[in-house]
Design a protein around this ligand. Sequence first.
Ligand SMILES: *Cc1c(COP(=O)(O)O)cnc(C)c1O
Length: 380
Amino acid sequence: MSVPFNKPFTISNELENIKTAIENGIIRGDGGFSKKCSEFLEHKLNCKKVLLTHSCTAALEMAAILLNLKSGDEVIMPSYTFVSTANAVVLRGVEGGAKPVFIDIRQDTKNIDENLIERAITDKTKAIFVVHYAGVACEMDKIMEIARKHNLAVVEDAAQAVGSFYKGKPLGTIGDIGCFSFHETKNIISGEGGAIVINNDKYIERAEIIREKGTNRSKFFRGQVDKYTWVDIGSSYLPSDMIAAFLLPQLENMDTINKRRLEIWKRYDKLFAQYDNIIERPFIPDNCCHNAHMYYILFKDLQKRTDFINYMKNRGISCVFHYIPLHSAPAGIKYCKTPFEMPVTDKVGDTLVRLPLFYNMSDDDFASIEDAINDYFRSL
Ligand SMILES: *Cc1c(COP(=O)(O)O)cnc(C)c1O
């Protein structure tokens, strides 16, 4: 029996919806299903504006354009993240790239260390991009307080955090802008997909324009202007309505999906608790309610992690490591700044491993993972 790391799934009428979209005669972006998805999210998250995008990468790029980043501007972010967090800043600074400034993460949550932010602020700093790793919230109260004090914008890369909360507030709705992913490896999926959440009124109108190739087409469709034209820079960031048709039932079943994932997450946590002397388990702060995006463990060193991944692979179970820290990647060295040592990031980059976790994992799947894990640790 083999267990993949991730498996795409449908939960309801995704496929019928795609047919309906075609029958309705609208499969371009911003058809009826797109509208339903963004309204659903606005209601569910109790936020002002949600626009679907074709990826979280697109949402992050839109955020970089909205912030009007200029060349020389600096954006503080973790290096332990996906390339898109940093790429958006490098790529989308108006008049050339702005500069990601990497700082270390916290040992416990693997999220940006809020206590290092102020030290990295210079007169060029314009924003803080935070990443809610594994769907567990960054320390947002402190981060928002620092941002207000220094007049910085906050963008939440909530790619992994759809349906997670910080002190009762949905992640993605706390900073000025939030970005979600519906990539097939995330909790809620549409193959590729994403959304941008605009929490600061001043960005709403321009977000619609940037997303529609720099035109005021959204206003035109609403009848607010009598012709549409090129008014600003922009690109095509909207998904096809077929994607939204697939996404809608996924969103509507968000609680069911996340609940099932959390059951699996808890089974892993109980299993690994037996091996606390050998590995480190995830830490969830009391004020966080997480969506079980990921179950990971950390070994003491790279060799031990490699041994485990190879052992599991031989047992047919796909376990994967995660980010190679961006500050040590070739493009990270070329385009970004790393003012301080990054001991935690370096260590986590070498030692963290993720276990298979997907919505329709069967009890048999879990049993074979459990057997392999027990055999591995008992053989040490
Ligand atoms: C998955 C992910 C992204 C990219 O999402 P896409 O929808 O694939 O563009 C960005 N940031 C983080 C932290 C992610 O996990």
